[in-house]
Ligand binder design. Structure first.
Ligand SMILES: *Cc1c(COP(=O)(O)O)cnc(C)c1O
Length: 531
């Protein structure tokens, strides 16, 4: 019996059907979870707690808990098999557990990461769009989301210097995904039939390779493995003393790679490296890429937002020559994560990432006025959060000047902190900050030279454990440093002076302890969480 006959056989005797037997839903256990009153009660509880969070003005970093203790606390909140319905207390306790384990991004002690505190009303909109979703890849499902994509692209075009209708922009969930999508487009456009034939096909007898800076974000470093090029074919370009790719040495590396039989088809630069915020010399690198027919992608996840500042935009000169670049609105545009804008200079290039027709169950097999608006065929994601709406909303409510004002302030603040730290004899600033990231070392008198690196990590750990300030660490040219990322506009020089006092205090403790070392516990000594 083949499939056709079995299908016919099934069709020949459909099950008996009667409308009267249709089971009514109401009163069933699962219906309660959708109860409107539970929802409004939950919103009221959450609004009250979040108001408290926003009104807190204490200086607080992160309270690190042991994963075991936290797992036990989280498990204690789970109802198990029985469905006990919406319990306001359990819900409130769950929010407390969450809020108690957050990095306090709104506190003046938070100076360690690129996560942004968000414009509060955009967070409310996240709730609205979660409950009344507009999945953003297809117009039918996400009408306003798709329109907002186009509006935001048009708003950015004059800052980049691109003529309307010449370029394209898609949103992705994060810069890691945007970098991957862009380099995939580069791979497909530059390496001929690779999408259909795979990498086994010899391409003029040469192995494909990509060139990236020594300090490229790890999502870029991984691309060789992900895209089937192989990590050995990821060429690292040397940096200058300001941690930027050095164009002259970059060209030498690319030439040498060609001599070795490699086909370098993509060059990825950074505009704001994660470690120090260095902006690579984009114009020179764009010229270099063009000379060698290489796709030029700029990972501007952190620094791309400078585009909206009249005063700072020129720091991104050369970005307009990129074939593609991305920027994270959830970093320097202060909206909820994840919201990334991926721009292609040539409108047609955006389709290169996924050069097959999208399936008929999501997109019609013909073009019409709607197909121009939907991004599904240019995007990894099928169901996609419409996070662009957060950005559009804040842009619509507060205008470009809001973003410009906050960005300018953060960058000015970083310059002042740089000058302050440089004025302290026991602090060493590792680089001249180009954006709002600043790395420094504390090297007190009496510290052995060979201890400098472990000392920075130990200080980072102790500062974090102290729970007031939150700083991170980075290794630069083999040297460890503490790292500040100034995302909170409320931080003052007084707060940084407080951090300096705290670092000095920990440093003195470490130096005293060195005579009789006792390994410190990484976790707080709490046995239960205060929920
Ligand atoms: C943050 C960052 C990324 C990663 O972005 P996600 O949005 O977290 O995926 C990539 N590159 C740079 C330069 C970054 O700063």
């Amino acid at each position: 019996m083949n499939d056709t006959t079995s299908f016919l056989k099934f069709d020949a005797s459909p099950p008996a059907f009667s409308l009267e037997n249709w089971t009514e839903c109401s009163g069933k256990d699962f219906v309660e979870a959708f109860d409107v009153h539970s929802f409004t009660e939950a919103v009221a509880i959450a609004a009250e707690k979040l108001r408290n969070v926003l009104e807190q003005h204490d200086i607080k970093g992160v309270t690190l808990q042991s994963p075991q203790v936290l797992t036990a606390a989280a498990r204690a909140l789970m109802c198990g098999e029985k469905n006990s319905g919406f319990e306001a207390k359990r819900f409130a306790d769950t929010l407390d557990l969450y809020l108690n384990t957050c990095i306090r991004v709104g506190s003046r002690g938070y100076m360690g990461r690129q996560f942004s505190s968000v414009v509060p009303v955009s967070a409310v909109f996240d709730l609205v769009s979660a409950l009344a979703p507009q999945p953003a890849s297809y117009y039918e499902a996400g009408q306003l989301a798709n329109v907002a994509d186009k509006i935001m692209a048009e708003e950015f075009a004059p800052f980049i210097g691109w003529p309307a209708n010449s370029f394209d922009m898609v949103t992705t969930s994060g810069a890691s995904l945007a970098n991957l999508t862009a380099v995939l487009a580069a791979r497909n456009q530059k390496l001929g039939p690779i999408w259909t034939k795979g990498l086994e096909t010899p391409i003029d007898g040469k192995r494909p390779a990509i060139a990236i800076g020594e300090d490229a974000h790890y999502s870029v470093v991984r691309l060789g493995g992900i895209l089937g090029i192989g990590q050995d074919q990821v060429i690292r370009l040397p940096l200058n003393s300001q941690h930027q790719i050095c164009p002259v040495r970059a060209e030498q590396r690319i030439e040498a790679a060609k001599q070795c039989g490699l086909n370098v088809f993509c060059l990825v630069a950074s505009a704001g490296t994660t470690a120090v915020g260095a902006i690579d010399p984009l114009t020179e690198l764009a010229i270099l890429a063009r000379k060698h027919s290489i796709w030029f992608h700029v990972d501007a996840a952190h620094g791309g937002a400078l585009l909206v500042s009249d005063r700072l935009r020129s720091r991104l000169q050369g970005l307009e020559m990129a074939d593609s670049f991305c920027l994270d609105a959830h970093k320097m545009l202060f909206v909820p994560a994840l919201c990334t804008l991926l721009f292609y200079r040539n409108r047609s290039a955006a389709a290169a990432a996924f050069p097959h027709r999208t399936a008929s169950y999501v997109a019609d097999p013909f073009d019409d006025e709607i197909s121009h608006f939907q991004s599904g065929s240019k995007n990894f994601e099928c169901t996609k959060r419409a996070s662009i709406l957060n950005l559009w909303l804040v842009w619509a409510l507060f205008g470009r000047c809001f973003f410009e004002g906050k960005i300018n302030h953060l960058i000015d603040m970083t310059s002042e902190i740089y000058a302050y730290l440089r004025s302290l004899p026991d602090f060493e600033v590792v680089h001249n900050p180009e954006i709002n990231i600043l790395c420094f070392r504390h090297c007190p008198h009496g510290l052995q030279r060979d201890q400098h690196d472990t000392f920075q990590f130990e200080l980072r750990d102790r500062v974090r454990k102290g729970g007031r300030y939150f700083v991170s660490a980075a290794v630069l040219n083999g040297k460890a440093a503490m790292r500040l990322v100034l995302m909170n506009h409320e931080i003052t020089l007084q707060d940084v002076a407080g951090l300096v006092r705290e670092i000095r205090g920990h440093a003195q403790n470490i130096l005293h302890e060195q005579a009789s070392p006792v390994p410190p516990s990484k976790w707080q000594a709490t046995s239960a969480l205060p929920i």
